[in-house]
Design a protein around this ligand. Structure first.
Ligand code: SAM
Length: 170
């Protein structure tokens, strides 16, 4: 299955840290790439630096959200605390060949609820786009603890204490 993320409503400056974490969570938990509705050069560069160092083919780019939601040829899933609990729809989602998962920042436009195939909640309490995305990807892709990345320059050797990092190239 291929999973892509759409980050809606990123506010330059204010959302820098959370949006960076959304992108890094997407990559680390197995999504192929992330679309932002606004270009943020510094943020894009810092995510691309992580990809260069830690490997993989993850992309970060801008997209017009209405066009992307109109043209995406797979299942569109909007994460919102108002939606249907993930366990009730997990089988349907796992059957999809391609998934676009949408997470918000500020208030999400009403249209998004209509344009997406599913509105899914990760619990019915307000929390964060980072935690919602992480749980969604873990449940749907299920490679959080097994995923490896090609072309990595660094690799962590899990250890009981301290930090062990293997250098694989320049
Ligand atoms: N106040 C905004 C609204 O009413 O649309 C939501 C802000 S919330 C901090 C940012 C994003 O986190 C949401 O757009 C949603 O994607 C995600 N999120 C937060 N809590 C969630 C939950 N319980 N289930 C699913 N997604 C959630």
């Amino acid at each position: 299955m291929e999973v892509y993320v759409l980050r809606l409503g990123h506010r330059i400056g204010r959302d820098h840290r959370v949006s960076t974490h959304v992108a890094l969570t997407a990559r680390a938990f197995g999504a192929k790439g992330i679309y932002f509705t606004k270009e943020d050069k510094n943020l894009f560069m810092s995510v691309e630096r992580v990809v260069k160092t830690w490997g993989g083919e993850f992309f970060i780019k801008t997209a017009d959200w209405k066009r992307l939601l109109g043209e995406f040829d797979g299942l569109k899933v909007h994460l919102t605390m108002y939606g249907i609990p993930l366990p009730e729809k997990i089988e349907e989602i796992r059957k999809a060949r391609k998934v676009l998962v949408v997470v918000g920042a500020e208030k999400v436009p009403r249209e998004v609820y209509e344009l997406c195939d599913l509105n899914i909640s990760i619990g019915t309490q307000p929390h964060s786009e980072v935690s919602a995305l992480a749980i969604f990807l873990d449940r749907v892709i299920g490679q959080t603890f097994t995923l490896t990345f090609d072309n990595a320059k660094l690799k962590i050797i899990p250890s009981e204490k301290g930090k062990k990092v293997l250098k694989l190239g320049d």
